[in-house]
Design a binder for this molecule. Sequence first.
Ligand SMILES: *Cc1c(COP(=O)(O)O)cnc(C)c1O
Length: 310
Amino acid sequence: MERGAWCNCFGSGMGAISSALAGCLDGPGHVVCVAHAYGPTRTYLQHLKRFGVETTYVSGVATADIVGAIRDDTKILYLESPTSGYFECPEIVPLVEAAQKRQIRTIFDNSWATPYFFTPLDLGVDLVVHSATKYLNGHSDVVAGVAVGRDLGLRDRVLKEAELGGATLDPFAAWLMIRGLRTLAVRMEHHQAVGLAAARMLAEHSKVARVIHPGLPSHPQHEIARRQLRGSSSLFSFTLLEQTSEATHRFLNRLKLFAQGVSWGGHESLAIGGTFFASDPTRKEWLIRLHVGLESVEDILADLRQALED
Ligand SMILES: *Cc1c(COP(=O)(O)O)cnc(C)c1O
């Protein structure tokens, strides 16, 4: 599906990510990472600091900002597009070109788009990683990860990290994941439709300040997302006009169809809210992140509307 030469499954998305990062390093070195990469990925990179691995987190999404962070000792360019929480969309092709020129490995977390909407290996990325816990499995009953690559030498190194680190996938979880993958295409089409319908409704609602969804023309990198991706999934964020803990939790607690939970990509709709999404802790913005599930569009819109009522 990702059009790679090899693939390996892991016991979790973090198992795939930590094995991919360690497999691309052979000692101290430098990593360039987008600032709003998945939180535990950033924490893992911080953890590697004790082994002499230094990371620069780039808050801008412009190519010049990210390429400008590359140093002589940079070994890895770690990317998400859209990023976690804030859904910024850096442009992949010029970043991959800059990395290849300097023999820097690129790792791309494709959990958001899935191979149904994006295949980054086609653009020259070295390694694609996934939290298969999310859309690939799709039923909120498995924790799993995937890494896909082209270079067979890199496969041996990533596999060794997984085996020695114990990040192997158990057979029953693998069986469940195969079952989930069979419906990926139909699930992603439904997620796309209901996700966009929810985002458009919220964008027009009088209580909503801002909707952050790469599929909306109001998104700052909408043009990049449109060119880069074949479609959009159903995980996005928005902010209320009233930026308070009370207003955020009132909304979350009034939801009936949406459960409150941190994971996403499964059949059911989930919501979480907080100020913890921003990489800059001084940015006190109350963000609400929605994962729109496989329920009917009428039920989803009705639940969001009633939760926003006075
Ligand atoms: C959840 C998530 C992960 C980690 O996956 P686990 O399977 O929970 O370890 C990695 N990347 C992104 C973007 C995620 O949302």
